[in-house]
Structures are given as structure tokens and as C-alpha cells.
Design a protein around this ligand. Structure first.
Ligand SMILES: Cc1cc2nc3c(=O)[nH]c(=O)nc-3n(C[C@H](O)[C@H](O)[C@H](O)COP(=O)(O)O)c2cc1C
Length: 228
């Protein structure tokens, strides 16, 4: 891993490399292949049960931690839908509990965990809404079923039960029947986490795990090694 840090001066470049490798692409694709071939030895049942789930893993799932202004924390999984040196983008309901936290305390921590190779990336940063145009473009790219579901759900609000959610869905389907385009709701869109620090963690033998912290100080990324 230390080689990765010599090659890449911007921590986002390391994130990109690890992100690819978590999907079995890039230089460590052989590791996922090794895991799969080992599973073959465990027998046909293990192979057929475990390998499809390895392939279906949500590599872009990330734990998003926020806190209320009074310091009450909350975390939940969201899906990463954009990533660049500028920041890390996810989409959600702007009336949800997380949005409430982000309105009053616009900072967040993202925690990526990937099993093969075993790695964690923690990103801390300020959070902003993406432009309405960006949200609309992403909304338009979503499958119709996801659009209907998002429009029907008042995320994080109490509902009578699952049936009432299905009723809401029917109303949306009725309103937009005949394939009419479903517009991006005003209360739905993206957030971007603009990183101020990254911590990369990689499992190593005998608990001698490798940790590297990057902090943005006076617009420059400053690197530190941390004890595991
Ligand atoms: C694999 C997975 C992916 C998810 N992706 C999203 C997502 O991209 N956006 C979202 O708002 N919620 C997503 N959720 C649901 C959230 O974890 C959470 O339940 C929801 O956003 C409400 O959180 P809140 O009440 O803290 O706002 C996902 C959950 C899982 C398990």
C-alpha cells in the first residue's frame, strides 16, 4: 500500500485505485479471482452460493455519518453516485432525517469498507447540495420504478404501514400513467461531501495494519502515517 501513496499525491487518486480494486478491477483483480478459485475447493454448493453474492456486492455502498446540531449522531448506508477530486455524491430525500442533520450541521463522514482486499476509507468533509440541474439529470437516468418509489416515499416519516406506502405508489402511477415523464421532486436530490481529510486503512498480517491520513491544510494535502 505504501507504494500507492508514493505514486499518488492527491488522495482522491488513491481512492479511485482502491475503488476499482474493490470491484476486482485494476491491479488486484487477481485477489478476487484467488478467492473464487479457493471457494471452488469448498465444493459446488459454497461456490454457487457465495460467488454470485461476491459479484453482486454493493461496492458503492458507503456508511454516511451525520450529527445534529446538539451532537446526536446517526449513520446509514447510501450509494455513491459520483466521485472526483471535487467530492463524493449521493442522492436522497431532502426532507429525510439525514437532510435535517445536514441542514443544521453541514458536515459528514463517509466510511467505505471493502472486504477483498480488506480496506477502509474514511472521508470527512463539508456537505453541500448539488445543483438542481445535476439532480434532475441523475433523476432522469434512474429506472422508472425507482422514480415512482422515491416520489411515493416521504423518507424517514412515519407511515400507517406497508399497505399505505403501496397506496401512495398507486397514486403516483395513476398521476403519471401512460408513460408520462415523472419530474424530479423538489424535495429530492444530491449532496456532495467535499473532503477535508481522508484516512486509508489496509489490513496487514499480525495486526500491523497500514493507516495513512491526509489532511487539507492551507489548500495542500498533508500526509501522516498512523499507528494501527
Ligand atoms: C445498500 C443500501 C443502499 C442505500 N442507498 C440509499 C441511497 O442512496 N439514498 C438514500 O437516501 N437511502 C439509501 N438507503 C437507505 C438509508 O440507509 C436510510 O435508511 C434512509 O436514507 C433513511 O435514512 P435517514 O432516516 O437517516 O435519513 C440505502 C440502504 C442500503 C442498505
Amino acid at each position: 500500500m505504501f507504494d500507492d501513496f508514493k505514486k499518488n499525491s492527491h488522495p482522491h487518486a488513491i481512492f479511485e485505485q482502491w475503488y476499482l480494486e474493490s470491484q476486482g478491477k485494476g491491479s488486484s483483480s487477481h485477489i478476487l479471482d484467488k478467492v473464487k478459485s479457493r471457494l471452488r475447493f469448498l465444493g459446488k454448493q459454497a461456490f454457487t452460493q457465495i460467488v454470485p453474492s461476491l459479484d453482486r456486492m454493493n461496492y458503492n455502498a458507503v456508511v454516511l455519518a451525520t450529527a445534529s446540531l446538539s451532537g446526536i449522531p446517526a449513520s446509514r448506508v447510501v450509494l455513491l453516485k459520483g466521485h472526483s477530486e471535487k467530492g463524493y455524491v449521493f442522492y436522497t430525500n431532502y426532507n429525510s432525517s439525514k437532510a435535517q442533520h445536514l441542514n443544521e450541521n453541514p458536515v459528514a463522514s463517509l466510511n467505505f469498507f471493502w472486504a477483498y482486499p480488506t480496506r477502509q476509507v474514511r472521508i470527512f468533509g463539508e456537505v453541500k447540495k448539488v445543483s438542481r440541474k445535476t439532480s434532475q439529470e441523475y433523476w432522469a437516468s434512474r429506472p422508472r420504478g425507482s422514480q415512482e418509489g422515491a416520489m411515493a416515499s416521504e423518507q424517514s416519516h412515519e407511515i400507517q404501514g406497508y399497505d399505505s406506502l403501496k397506496e401512495q405508489l398507486k397514486e403516483v402511477q395513476e398521476k403519471y400513467k401512460g408513460g408520462r415523464p415523472i419530474p424530479c421532486p423538489q424535495n429530492w436530490g444530491g449532496y456532495i461531501v467535499k473532503p477535508k481529510s481522508y484516512e486509508f486503512w489496509q489490513a496487514m498480517p499480525d495486526r500491523l495494519h497500514q493507516r495513512v491520513l491526509f489532511e487539507l491544510i492551507n489548500k495542500k494535502w498533508v500526509k501522516k502515517y498512523l499507528a494501527p
